[in-house]
Design a protein around this ligand. Structure first.
Ligand code: SER
Length: 323
């Protein structure tokens, strides 16, 4: 990868991936794009507004930037997708097929995130094997399974070097997530700091698979830089880091915010989505094929989240004091 275009760059994953890639490959090598106007989100010089549903605009932007890789992150997440399934299908599928088509024409490598949501209630729960039953019951999951297949198709028939990871829930502090079922594990930190209290939209015992953002970013870079010959499951590698319930996360947070309180008001939609997903992914193929290792466990992640959020608050305070 020498010149990388990112779609959905203003999102939770895109924001941090763009900064990491700028540091690694140089700012001139990265073009961060999003459907939102860069004036609203971009702090970096190379940013553009791009709607990946507009095939001509996508083609022109890839050609104009001379991109050799597209990291396609623009997508609707699980809970939002259930509120508007047709819009989710349109963005998640038509956006992806446009990216793959342009990549085939321009000779680009492609990264596409898949998800734990590509599994459903018929999948073994703990762990979900790399290769297993995939009958998701959410529109988000349906688009993720179809997306994995579409990427395989473009690789097998048209030679596109498309690669992907099945992410668990991603936890980070730089940019809030948008409309996922795992979002509670991010919201809870700000609530702990600001209110000392959080009302969780999932039951106390809902065990889910999660990962801290620095591990997720490193996984993208390592997969994209792995030699292609060793990759068997190139578009759908299971990866995992930690599994916990809301009650266990609250306990880990109490080590930093004594007296933190949590109560539970399960949202039927998001609870049913969470209940339909595996509690853990078996990532042994990723470990064997390209050397994947996670670094962050629950206590390290919680400590680093508070370090990051406190630094963010201090910067915001210094900014307003300086005005
Ligand atoms: N974090 C995503 C969601 O909850 C799962 O990939 O929708």
């Amino acid at each position: 990868m020498k010149r990388i275009l990112i779609t959905g760059a203003a999102g939770q994953l895109g924001t941090e991936l763009a900064s990491t890639l700028q540091a690694r490959y140089g700012p001139a090598a990265i073009l961060a794009t999003d459907i939102r106007d860069p004036a609203e989100w971009a702090t970096r010089s190379q940013a553009a507004r791009l709607d990946c549903l507009d095939l001509d605009a996508l083609r022109d932007t890839v050609a104009g930037f001379r991109a050799d890789a597209v990291l396609h992150l623009a997508a609707v997440l699980s809970a939002t997708a259930e509120a508007n399934p047709l819009a989710a299908w349109k963005l998640n599928m038509n956006g992806l097929v446009n990216v793959l088509q342009v990549a085939a024409e321009a000779g680009c490598r492609v990264f596409v995130p898949s998800s734990i949501a590509a599994f459903g209630p018929g999948t073994p729960r703990d762990p979900a094997p790399q290769s297993t039953v995939q009958r998701p019951t959410t529109m988000y999951g349906v688009t993720k399974v179809a997306g994995e297949l579409l990427c395989d198709y473009y690789h097998d028939r048209l030679g596109v070097d498309a690669r992907g990871l099945r992410f668990p829930g991603l936890i980070s502090y730089a940019t809030p997530p948008g409309g996922g079922t795992t979002d509670y594990a991010v919201e809870i930190f700000r609530a702990a700091l600001c209110e000392g209290h959080y009302t969780c939209f999932l039951r106390a015992d809902t065990r889910m698979d999660m990962m801290y953002m620095p591990d997720a970013i490193r996984a993208v870079v390592e997969l994209m830089e792995a030699p292609p010959d060793g990759l068997t499951y190139r578009n759908a590698f299971n990866i995992t880091a930690m599994q916990f319930t809301p009650a266990e996360l609250a306990e880990a947070i109490r080590a930093h915010v004594p007296g933190f309180e949590i109560d539970y008001d399960p949202d039927p939609l998001r609870q049913s989505i969470a209940d339909s997903w595996p509690a853990r992914l078996d990532d042994s193929e990723a470990r064997e094929q390209w050397g994947w290792r996670h670094h962050y466990e629950l206590p390290d992640m919680v400590a680093d989240m508070f370090r990051g959020l406190n630094a963010q608050t201090a910067r915001a305070g210094a900014g307003s004091a300086g005005r």
